[in-house]
Design a protein around this ligand. Sequence first.
Ligand SMILES: [Zn+2]
Length: 252
Amino acid sequence: MEWIGFVVGLLVGSFLNVCIHRLPLSLSVVRPRSRCPQCGSPIRPWDNIPVLSYILLKGRCRDCGSRIPWRYPLVELLTGSFGALTILRFGLDATALVSFLLVCALLVVTFIDLDHHIIPDVISLPGILLGLAASFGPGLVPPTDALIGLLLGGGVLFLVAWGYQWLARREGMGGGDIKLLAMIGAFLGWKGVAVTLFIASLTGTLAGLAVMLRRTEGMKAAVPFGPFLSIGAIAYLFRGPELMRWYLGTLG
Ligand SMILES: [Zn+2]
């Protein structure tokens, strides 16, 4: 059954590309139809088949020949793979759907944060509500856990941001990160918040060091935190119990 998840994921991934491109520009994700960013020609439906069209067109626009970014098929493949993984992990049910929606939101957040260093409220705020609502039905955690996760996720990063600002006298963490971890908490509960924050700090610090070692004098490269929170949350979603044991092991 995993192939259903893969095919649906590919199609959803194609839509996520539209969201990643248009949401930060405050454009509608429904219309108009996709156009080539270079020549403006509308993309024909048969040239809009996930991954396959990119291969057949050899990564170039049919009309003007300009390069199609390889990130488009990458996002489609990632979404397809997570679609298959979700069904492998949860089976074909409503909990799998909730999990897949969370993964989609995290993928969109990751690429928008990498491009623009923002995390749009139109993803995180409805996400918080969806996570809470799902906890009363097919969600991953019961309602009390979702609520504690939401408050803990938002609260921890709020304190970090406040503390940093107080000590360094400048803003470090954005409000977008706070709302994102609150959303993750609403879906994954307080254990999910703890593991997500741990993995995000670890991978984020490593990436930050790598950027610092490579950057030239005077250049200040801020590393966005959203992608690392997303990596942590996705890892917890698929490997929660194992990660929880590892996390407790590193504490003790
Ligand atoms: Zn073109």
